[in-house]
Design a protein around this ligand. Structure first.
Ligand code: LER
Ligand code: MN
Length: 270
């Protein structure tokens, strides 16, 4: 098996230069900032696309796609409509930069406010994902629901919940993603949860248990990669870690750690 490796960061000359030097050929960009259809012009999207091509670093995904003041489950209909309109338009923006995956994380935006009954909140979030399915099909972009820990959201904390949710959307353009750091915290058995979602997983985030780059904590990555190989996972894997002063050295170290781990399971990183 071979997996495309990427790193989560803003796209610009500097980050692309650094990634090229480290040997990472993928980038995952912050959507609310760099694909925001209410703020980012077509010209800017074109510039981003060309920049990524010129460095030969692919935009494999975009995360943090909603601004933090969004609320899909709000009692205010105008606020809910804004989420729906934005969801549709960000899929178009993603297609303009050849970004195939939009990570449906954004814990705050999907949080069910205390004054909203849980069932109603569920329905309202589902409504947004149904729009995502429509937009995804039109612009050939897949939305990937990311289970997030309880301190980030009260809506979808576990893989099992994400699977159930996407099954009720019933679209090839709304799938599941696995963030291994969050899974360590929320899942009773991380490996079994990966097996449970199987072919529904379309994207992966990698960090160590302490949010630092892989290799700086206690996660056994080869053990995890063995399961991704077993389920025949073919998507990309993005390093989504808190980088310190010397991000270049940290990413080099992460790449080395991950390459060793993939080698142990007779796989490669590209
Ligand atoms: C936040 O913890 C996170 O994992 C991001 O991917 C949210 O989209
Ligand atoms: Mn993540």
């Amino acid at each position: 098996m071979s997996w495309k490796i990427a790193a989560c960061m803003q796209i610009n000359e500097e980050s692309l230069k650094m990634l090229s030097e480290v040997g990472i050929r993928g980038i995952e960009i912050p959507g609310a900032l760099q694909l925001n259809p209410f703020k980012v012009s077509r010209e800017e999207l074109k510039r981003i696309r060309e920049l990524s091509k010129s460095y030969n670093v692919d935009i494999v995904a975009s995360n943090v796609i909603y601004p933090s003041d969004f609320s899909h489950a709000s009692n205010d209909e105008l606020i809910r409509r804004k989420s729906i309109e934005y969801t549709y338009k960000i899929a178009e923006a993603a297609s303009e930069v050849d970004c195939p995956i939009l990570v449906w994380g954004s814990g705050k935006a999907r949080n069910i406010p205390p004054e909203v009954p849980l069932e109603k909140g569920y329905e309202r979030n589902l409504q947004v994902l149904k729009e995502a399915a429509k937009a995804g099909k039109e612009f050939n972009t897949t939305f990937a629901v990311e289970p997030l820990p309880r301190n980030e959201t009260n809506f979808v904390n576990k893989i099992e919940e994400a699977v159930k949710l996407i099954e009720s959307v019933g679209s090839d353009f709304v799938k599941v993603m696995a963030d291994v750091r969050h899974m360590m915290r929320e899942e009773a058995d991380v490996e079994e949860s990966i097996r449970l979602a199987r072919e529904k997983i379309v994207h992966v985030h990698l960090a160590d248990n302490n949010s630092k780059v892989p290799g700086m904590g206690i996660i056994n990555f080869s053990k995890l990669f063995r399961v991704f190989k077993e389920i025949n996972y073919k998507g990309a894997m993005s390093i989504e870690a808190r980088l310190g002063e010397n991000s270049k050295e940290e990413l080099k170290f992460a790449l080395k750690t991950l390459k060793e781990a993939t080698k142990e399971v007779d796989s490669t990183l590209i």
